[in-house]
Write a protein that binds this ligand. Structure first.
Ligand SMILES: CC(C)(COP(=O)(O)OP(=O)(O)OC[C@H]1O[C@@H](n2cnc3c(N)ncnc32)[C@H](O)[C@@H]1OP(=O)(O)O)[C@@H](O)C(=O)NCCC(=O)NCCS
Length: 279
């Protein structure tokens, strides 16, 4: 087996299948929707495998000059522990050039990221199962309309710390459901469901408090078919208790890590990302 050259190149849609193949090589699902988002709104970088295909990939989603999200770091099993993962991380962090770089780390990546100067700032816990609604699921939330897009983007910008108009326009086209909680002062919460390879995925969930998040999830529940998953940021004892009462169970977790400044926005209202890789 020839060792890969350490040449990093920007990948395009022609490399899409190669990214999915790398994910599967590491036992990850071929999450095409998450990768589509990364190719559409981020920059995907990779190292070619001289034997064909890709040896390693990473995705960078840059939001202005204050914030970037890293995700999708994968090194082919056959090329593991040769420094390719750390090389791509250094490359993407430098390329981001933002005040803050943010990611969620698996147990395999965390040690490496600490060595590169990232610090753990919180947790991201996965819940999965058959989500049951409350008694009056549609009472507090309503289906979002395309005309709600500007208000949703404004709420996300406040919470996430960057305007993501394209990401939310994409969700309006691709998601199975988007619901919101509104009020006289505007949109107070929004949540979506999109189709993952192994079933529906809830994300994002942006809400002013746990009750609003629960109302959104309850509103989504009746139209969700099969078991669903959600990645929940932070401790969230109240929402976790609600999720457990409504059919979901903890199913693993990752660590939220930051390089540089704390991320902008009001992350207390960010209950779940669109996807972990894009933020
Ligand atoms: C995590 C991953 C990207 C590491 O890639 P890699 O090219 O093998 O990593 P490197 O050779 O650059 O290793 C850099 C350092 O990370 C740490 N590290 C990497 N793999 C590790 C492992 N399996 N166990 C413990 N530490 C590990 C070590 O500190 C290592 O330094 P060392 O080899 O000098 O001890 C790779 O194992 C992978 O693709 N895993 C599956 C997908 C995944 O978890 N991605 C991370 C998402 S956050």
């Amino acid at each position: 087996m020839t060792a890969p050259q350490e040449t990093v190149r920007r990948l395009g849609y022609e490399d899409f299948a190669g990214c999915l193949a790398l994910a599967q090589d590491r036992g990850w699902p071929a999450e095409y929707r998450a990768w589509d988002l990364l190719f559409a709104f981020g920059e995907v970088y990779g190292i070619d495998d001289p034997g064909g295909g890709l040896a390693a990939v990473i995705a960078l989603a840059r939001y202005g000059d204050r914030l970037a999200n890293l995700g999708g770091l994968l090194v082919a099993h056959r090329h593991g522990r040769r420094g390719l993962g750390a090389l791509l991380m250094r490359y993407a962090t430098e390329r981001a050039g933002t005040a803050s770089v943010w990611l969620t780390a698996t147990e395999y990546g965390q040690q490496m990221y600490e060595g590169l100067g990232f610090r753990a700032t919180g947790t991201c816990t996965r819940y999965a199962g058959y989500l049951r609604p409350d008694d009056q699921p549609g009472r507090w939330s309503r289906e979002a309309e395309p005309s709600d897009l500007p208000e949703i983007v404004a709420l996300d910008a406040e919470v996430f710390g960057a305007r993501r108009t394209g990401v939310f326009a994409y969700l309006f086209a691709a998601a199975e459901q988007i619901r919101l909680v509104g009020g006289p002062a505007g949109v107070r919460g929004v949540a979506g469901v999109w189709r993952g390879v192994d079933g529906p995925v809830v994300g994002p969930v942006i809400a002013e408090d746990s009750d609003t998040a629960a109302a959104l999830l309850s509103g989504l529940a009746p139209a969700i078919e099969g078991p669903v998953r959600i990645d929940l940021y932070g401790h969230r004892p109240k929402l976790r208790a609600w999720l457990e009462e409504h059919g979901l169970r903890e199913a693993g977790g990752t660590t939220v890590m930051v390089y540089g400044d704390d991320p902008p926005g009001d992350r207390a209202r960010l209950f779940a990302p669109v996807t972990r890789a894009i933020g």
